[in-house]
Design a protein around this ligand. Structure first.
Ligand SMILES: Nc1ncnc2c1ncn2[C@@H]1O[C@H](COP(=O)(O)OP(=O)(O)O)[C@@H](O)[C@H]1O
Ligand SMILES: [Mg+2]
Length: 420
C-alpha cells in the first residue's frame, strides 16, 4: 500500500540516515581504536628494544655517570672486506685482532648443572676460589666445562649479575677464558666456563703446593709463551675494547692452561662483580690478591689499567724466579718478591741469581736479561712509567719466536703446539 501523504517515506529516509550515521560513527571509532592499539604496540616494542640495548651497556656505578656501551674494536685496515659482517672469528697476530663476540651465552637450569657435575660432588671439585668452588662437568653434548658455584649470591642483585654475564659473553679473545653459560635460579648463581685441562698456572709453577704434586716445572719456552699469551689477554681488555676493562685481580691462578699449555686469562668480569656491592663494604676482590696489588691502588684505591700492568709484572717475576709473590718463611729481605727482585732485574750480572734454578741451561742470557727488564718496567712504583700491555706484547713476541725455533724442552713437560 502506498502512503498517500508521503510522511512515511520521510520517516524511512530519516531512519536510514540515522542508521548510516551510527554505522559511520562506529567505523570511525574502530579505526581510532585500531590506531591507538598500533601506537601502543609501537611504544611497547621501542621500550623492550631499549631495555635489551641497556643490557649491552656496562653496569652503572653508583655516584658516577653511566659508562658508554661496550664496543668491539674496528677491524684493522688489512682485514676490512675479508671478514663477513656476522663473523665471530678471532684472527690472531702480534696485535691479537679480535672481534668481540655476538654469540649469546647459554642459560642453564640448576638441575642441568647439578647433573653435569655429579651433584657437585667432591670428586668433581677442581678448585676452591674466592667466589666459591669450581667443579669439572660434562654437558649432555659431551663438552667439558668448569662450573663455578658462587657462594655469595646475596651480595649481587639479579640484574647486575645478568649484566656481568652479558659483559663476559661479549668479550671474546683466544687469550681470555670463554664463558659458555650461566645459571641464576632462586638463590643459586653459577658460571659455566670452558674446561682448562691443566688448571691454574700456579699449580705448575709451584708443584709441591698444588694438586699437581709430581708434575715437573714448566720449561723456559713454555713459560715465555704463557707470558706472551697472558699479555695478549690483558692487552685485549685494556686496548681492544671500549671502554677498557681493568682486570683488578690478575695473578698466576687466574691464568688457566689448556691441555696444550696454552694460556687464557680468567675472572676478568668477576673482579667487577665483587666490587659493586651495596653498602660500599671493601671486599678482598677490590683489593685484589696480596703481592699482586699495585702500590698506588693499595694506598689510594685509584685504579687504572696500569694497576693490571703491575700485577702482570709480578706474574712475569713468578715465571722467571719460580717464587710466590709473598713468602714470609724466606730469609729477611726475600719475603716480598718484588722488593727482593727489583734491584737485581736491571743488573746483567745479578739477573741470573734470581732465575728459577729449574730453568738452568734452557735460556740465553740475552733473553733472560730482556725479560727481566720488561718485568722491572712493569713493577716500578710510578704507575705512569709502566708500559702499556701492547708494548709488553711487542717486546715479548721476538723472544718467544726466537726460542720456539730451538729445542730447549724439559722432557717432563707435555709438548705444546704453537699458537703464536
Ligand atoms: N675453567 C677452568 N677449568 C679448569 N679448572 C679451573 C677453571 N676455572 C678454575 N679452575 C680451577 O679452580 C681453581 C680456583 O679458581 P677460581 O675460583 O677462579 O680461584 P681464584 O678466586 O683464586 O681466582 C683454579 O686455580 C683452577 O685450578
Ligand atoms: Mg680465578
Amino acid at each position: 500500500m502506498s502512503d498517500p501523504g508521503g510522511g512515511g517515506g520521510d520517516e524511512y529516509k530519516r531512519e536510514e540516515s540515522v542508521a548510516l550515521l551510527v554505522i559511520v560513527s562506529l567505523a570511525a571509532l574502530s579505526l581510532l581504536s585500531l590506531i591507538a592499539a598500533f601506537a601502543y604496540y609501537c611504544y611497547i616494542t621501542r621500550k623492550v628494544s631499549r631495555r635489551k640495548q641497556s643490557l649491552y651497556d656496562l653496569p652503572k656505578r653508583s655516584g658516577s655517570p653511566p659508562p658508554p656501551p661496550l664496543r668491539a674494536p674496528p677491524p684493522p685496515q688489512q682485514q676490512q672486506g675479508k671478514e663477513s659482517p656476522s663473523s665471530n672469528s678471532a684472527s690472531d697476530g702480534a696485535g691479537a685482532v679480535v672481534v668481540a663476540g655476538e654469540r649469546g651465552v647459554q642459560v642453564f637450569s640448576y638441575r642441568q648443572l647439578h647433573a653435569a657435575t655429579g651433584g657437585f660432588g667432591r670428586a668433581h671439585m677442581v678448585g676452591q676460589g674466592s667466589f666459591g668452588a669450581v667443579y669439572r662437568g660434562v654437558l649432555p653434548d659431551g663438552r667439558k666445562v668448569a662450573v663455578k658455584l658462587m657462594d655469595r649470591p646475596g651480595k649481587q642483585g639479579e640484574e647486575e649479575f645478568e649484566m656481568e654475564v652479558e659483559l663476559l659473553s661479549r668479550l671474546r679473545s683466544p687469550y681470555l677464558l670463554g664463558l659458555i653459560g650461566h645459571c641464576s635460579e632462586g638463590g643459586h648463581r653459577l658460571l659455566v666456563y670452558e674446561f682448562m685441562a691443566n688448571g691454574g698456572l700456579q699449580e705448575h709453577l709451584y708443584p709441591n703446593r698444588g694438586s699437581f704434586g709430581g708434575i715437573s716445572k714448566l720449561d723456559w719456552d713454555t713459560r715465555m709463551r704463557i707470558a706472551l699469551q697472558a699479555a695478549k689477554g690483558l692487552e685485549y681488555l685494556h686496548e681492544r675494547v671500549n671502554p677498557p676493562v681493568i682486570h683488578r685481580d690478575f695473578k698466576s691462578s687466574n691464568i688457566l692452561l689448556d691441555k696444550d699449555f696454552h694460556a687464557r686469562v680468567s675472572d676478568f668480569g668477576l673482579a667487577k662483580l665483587g666490587s659493586d656491592r651495596a653498602g660500599g663494604h671493601v671486599s678482598t676482590r677490590v683489593l685484589g690478591t696480596q703481592g699482586y696489588v699495585a702500590p698506588e691502588y693499595a694506598l689510594t684505591g685509584h685504579l687504572t689499567t696500569k694497576s693490571d700492568v703491575y700485577s702482570y709484572g709480578v706474574v712475569l717475576l713468578e715465571l722467571l724466579t719460580g717464587r710466590v709473590p709473598v713468602d714470609m718463611k724466606r730469609p729477611p729481605g726475600e719475603g716480598v718478591l718484588v722488593n727482593w727482585a727489583l734491584p737485581m732485574l736491571t743488573d746483567r750480572e745479578k739477573v741470573v741469581r734470581i732465575l728459577d734454578p729449574a730453568l738452568e741451561g734452557q735460556y740465553s742470557l740475552k733473553d733472560a736479561v730482556q725479560v727481566a727488564a720488561i718485568a722491572a718496567m712493569c713493577v716500578q712504583p710510578e704507575a705512569d712509567y709502566r708500559p702499556l700491555m701492547a708494548d709488553v706484547v711487542q717486546s715479548l713476541v721476538p723472544l718467544v719466536k726466537n726460542r720456539s725455533a730451538q729445542k730447549a724442552c724439559n722432557p717432563n713437560v707435555q709438548a705444546s703446539k704453537p699458537l703464536d
